[in-house]
Design a protein around this ligand. Structure first.
Ligand code: DC
Length: 232
């Protein structure tokens, strides 16, 4: 792979794309890398979740194309990276603390399969990446920001991803058993990989990292090493 092909010009901030399946630790790693580089971290999953939250709040059925179109016209999303935290805003309101419930996760994975939603979020994601960012998601290196200077695909065993998700949710005060976390990770894997639009896929020029036996710090250091190779 020729990483130099995408050499960053002097003074230009790089875009780092981190893709991978549910529960692999993309957000944690994105924040670590962003902090070390003085860039912002963008979580695109949180944007899908914010759309899901809006549909739940307004009772819109995402399978009704007209209702969905009208709903999306009324959705304004923003994200800010402050003090090491990614905060997501839905129509001006900080909804970060409402995005991790099982109900929102389920709806997010359903709406992520709808082309209109993906199209709508394309512009939002690109706008948030302007000026350099560490962007995590499922199709960042392939569809959203194919011009990213550094692309990585993080992976880990299903059991390890369920364990990470379980610990993350428990730390946030969400009561979930390990079995529920495992079921959730498996179901979302199937939905994310089998959908027709932008299924989870590794970009051909992404560096594959199996993180099963790595700490988040170790993964971040691997990525920072890659960044140093291409950013002058
Ligand atoms: O990473 P996450 O679990 O917060 O993502 C929520 C849902 O959104 C998940 O089902 C996958 C989907 N998603 C996507 O399809 N494309 C992205 N770039 C980010 C998330």
């Amino acid at each position: 792979m020729d990483l130099r092909r995408k050499q960053v010009n002097k003074g230009e901030e790089p875009i780092i794309a981190i893709d991978g399946p549910s529960g692999v630790g993309k957000t944690t790693v994105a924040r670590l890398v962003a902090d070390r580089l003085g860039l912002k971290a963008v979580s695109t999953g949180a944007l899908y979740r914010a759309v899901a939250l809006y549909l739940i709040q307004t009772g819109v059925n995402p399978n009704n194309p007209l209702a969905l179109r009208v709903a999306l016209q009324n959705v304004e999303l923003d994200q800010k990276y402050e003090d090491g935290r990614i905060r997501t805003f839905l129509n001006g309101e900080d909804v970060t603390d409402h995005l991790d419930t099982v109900e929102v996760s389920d709806m997010a994975s359903r709406v992520a399969a709808i082309p209109e939603v993906r199209e709508f979020l394309l512009d939002v994601q690109r706008r948030l990446a302007e000026g350099g960012a560490v962007v995590e998601g499922r199709d960042i290196g392939t569809v959203v920001l194919p011009e990213a200077q550094v692309k990585v695909f993080l992976d880990a065993s299903t059991g390890e991803r369920a364990r990470r998700r379980y610990e993350q949710l428990r730390a946030e005060g969400i009561n979930i058993s390990y079995e529920e976390a495992l079921k959730d990770v498996k179901e979302r894997d199937i939905r994310d990989s089998s959908r027709e639009v932008a299924p989870l896929q590794r970009a051909r020029d992404a560096v594959y990292i199996d993180t099963t036996h790595m700490s988040a710090e170790e993964v971040a250091n691997r990525i920072l090493k890659l960044v140093r190779e291409i950013v002058p």
